[in-house]
Write a protein that binds this ligand. Structure first.
Ligand SMILES: Nc1ncnc2c1ncn2[C@@H]1O[C@H](COP(=O)(O)OP(=O)(O)OP(=O)(O)O)[C@@H](O)[C@H]1O
Length: 244
């Protein structure tokens, strides 16, 4: 059973002359632990698809199930629980709180959800160690390099047992060196923690770190390729071939 099932999802905006078909009958099965890159031209429906999955937006028709949970027919309080328990985001700007230490930033989602930081101590140490930021715990964000800030923001996204990590154009504002380090980090996090990642990107170089790429054109899926055993570079070539 796939972790995420998107079945016949359509989404329109506006009406009459200004009607836009943002998504047209999207069918997509996503397995647990997949690192999926969603590509496509501007306006092809990438963000709308992510928004329907993360319940920011509601499809006009179709069904979405996450681990058997029926997102479309759920009540608002159930959706709030779904979001809190399952979804984390990686933001372009990292969104670290400058007046809190690295440790306090990382445990913030636990505190917001009223969870005991003490119960998560082993997991916190594991994440700090795996992301090589144990020695930064007491520092403040303004004492960190760009790459270290990325690692702290990623640790925070991983702390609360979320099953789905959503990154909408996370490299959009980064230079190529920082893009590469963020994408390498996401690839590592996907492998080590097995978290499912949904990445929206325009950039084939960012998409080469994924395990699968779907291409949207005018609200439809027009291509779907898996990395299988390909190296990043061979997979990149395949993505170039299929997206140009
Ligand atoms: N709230 C809205 N109201 C009206 N039209 C919308 C709205 N949101 C999206 N659209 C339209 O739906 C289509 C898909 O938009 P979407 O933002 O999903 O595309 P995208 O592939 O993420 O684009 P980009 O790469 O530029 O971010 C576009 O034609 C867009 O203009």
């Amino acid at each position: 059973m796939s972790q995420l099932i998107v079945k016949g999802v359509s989404k329109t905006f506006g009406e009459g002359e200004s009607l836009v078909h943002a998504l047209s009958s999207i069918d997509l099965l996503i397995e647990k632990g997949e690192f999926l890159a969603i590509m496509g031209a501007s306006g092809s429906g990438k963000t709308t698809l992510l928004n329907c999955i993360s319940t920011i937006d509601k499809p006009t028709s179709g069904d979405i199930f996450f681990e058997n949970f029926d997102i479309i027919h759920a009540k608002e309080n159930q959706l709030a629980d779904y979001r809190a328990n399952n979804i984390s985001y990686i933001f372009q700007s990292y969104n670290l709180v400058e007046t809190l230490t690295v440790f306090e930033n990382i445990v913030l989602p636990l505190q917001i959800q009223g969870k005991s930081v003490r119960k998560y101590q082993t997991k916190i140490n594991d994440i700090l160690e795996k992301l090589s930021i144990q020695n930064l715990k007491r520092k403040f964000p303004n004492q960190l390099s760009g790459g270290q800030r990325q690692r702290v923001a990623t640790a925070r996204a991983l702390i609360d047992d979320s099953k789905l990590l959503i990154a909408d154009e996370p490299t959009g504002a980064l230079d190529s060196a920082n893009s590469e380090s963020l994408m390498t980090l996401l690839q590592e996090v996907n492998k080590v923690f097995g978290i499912t990642i949904l990445l929206v990107t325009h950039d084939p170089v960012a998409a080469k770190y994924s395990s699968r790429m779907v291409l949207l054109s005018d609200g439809k899926i027009t291509d779907d390729i898996e990395r299988k055993g390909l190296s990043n570079e061979a997979y990149l070539q395949e993505i170039y071939n299929r997206t140009r």
